[in-house]
Design a binder for this molecule. Structure first.
Ligand code: HEC
Ligand code: HEC
Length: 305
């Protein structure tokens, strides 16, 4: 049904629609009253054109008139049964919303037994099931691929979910919590407080942690700066802390990038990666828990190969 703010427009539309249908009917009728009298031959009207095309005054064929009238009957019946006339809902009460809801219900009823079966199994078992993985992959493409990529390999700022490196943890329960409740990584901007030189020093220390090319003098100076400013979250050895989502800085996996310039940018501006809570997005239906279960299993399975 239409949502007009004024009651004038539904009326306006209804009147124009009905007047056009009735008007066409009257016009057609008025043009077809003449019948050929018994024995009368159609006469040639004045036009002859394109050499031999003639215009006779034959009455319109009945089958053609019948078709024309039936389109009008069809229009009137349609407008009575379904929405179309202003905000008149139609006798059948059909709405696109109602149809959608019925489809969702039917799909739920269809998938319910399948889902219920997977809900009884633990994540590792579901992750090994090819059918569950196919459903999980479809769910992932729908809900997650816009950020993590269709292959789940991530992008700058969006973690790769196929490796063994986890910001928050890769066990089934942690993955489930991450998906359901979301995560927000807070790397505070520290560069301004440190000043340019010290920021460069500590960045070189970070480079040295993963064995990247670095300035040894600066890295040595950066070690104490790291202990004072960074170790609380990234741990004294730089190995990271999953409770905070603070990345391991000693490996080759980078969320934002491991070049000196990018590390300096991270320290100067800070970073705030946001993983949205998916509880609402996955729907309010009874299948929500099952979708969460299958998504968890899919993500868990990605890094188990
Ligand atoms: C709007 C973008 C966005 C969407 C949509 C999204 N994510 Fe994320 N996800 C992120 C970001 C950003 C992070 C990293 C958060 C951080 O930096 O602390 C993340 C982190 C994660 C993590 C934690 C990875 C780790 O290393 O611990 C998992 C698991 C995850 N997402 C799974 C999913 C799944 C499954 C879906 C779909 C149901 C999904 N995400 C949808 C942006 C998104
Ligand atoms: C309050 C805790 C906290 C402190 C203090 C902190 N960090 Fe971070 N750091 C984080 C978090 C959380 C992230 C991940 C941000 C995200 O997920 O968007 C991060 C991300 C980073 C990254 C990006 C890593 C990558 O993979 O791209 C670098 C580099 C980094 N921090 C270095 C430092 C340095 C150097 C210091 C000290 C000067 C420091 N951090 C201090 C919490 C902290």
């Amino acid at each position: 049904m239409s949502d007009f703010t004024s009651s004038f427009w539904p009326l306006y539309i209804s009147i124009i629609t009905l007047v056009s249908i009735v008007g066409t009917w009257v016009f057609l009728k008025s043009q077809t009253t003449r019948k050929l009298a018994a024995g009368e031959k159609p006469t040639l009207m004045e036009h002859t054109w394109d050499g031999d095309l003639q215009d006779l005054n034959n009455p319109l064929p009945r089958w053609w008139l019948g078709l024309f009238y039936s389109t009008m009957v069809f229009a009137l019946v349609y407008l009575a049964l379904w929405p179309g006339l202003g905000n008149f809902a139609g006798v059948l009460g059909w709405t696109s919303k109602g149809e959608y809801e019925a489809e969702v219900k039917a799909a739920e009823a269809k998938f319910q037994p399948v889902y219920a079966g997977f809900m009884k199994q633990d994540i590792a078992t579901v992750a090994a099931n090819p059918e569950a993985r196919a459903i999980g992959r479809n769910l992932f493409l729908t809900y997650c691929s816009q950020c993590h990529g269709s292959d789940a390999a991530g992008a700058k700022g969006f973690p790769n979910l196929t490796d063994h490196d986890w910001l928050y943890g890769g066990d089934p329960d942690t993955i489930k919590t991450t998906i359901a409740e979301g995560r927000g990584g807070v790397m505070p901007p520290i560069g301004a407080a440190l000043g340019e030189q010290k920021t460069k020093d500590v960045a070189n220390y970070v480079l040295s942690l993963s064995g990247r090319k670095h300035d040894a003098t600066r890295a040595a100076a950066g070690k104490t700066i790291f202990a004072e400013n960074c170790a609380a979250c990234h741990m004294p050895g730089g190995t990271g802390m999953q409770a905070m989502g603070a990345p391991n800085l000693t490996d080759k996996v980078w969320l934002y990038g491991g070049s000196e310039a990018t590390i300096i940018e991270t320290i100067t501006k800070g970073r705030n990666g946001m993983m949205p809570a998916m509880t609402q997005t996955l729907g309010t239906t009874s299948n929500k828990e099952a979708k969460l279960h299958l998504l968890t299993a899919y993500v868990y399975g990605l890094s188990q190969k």
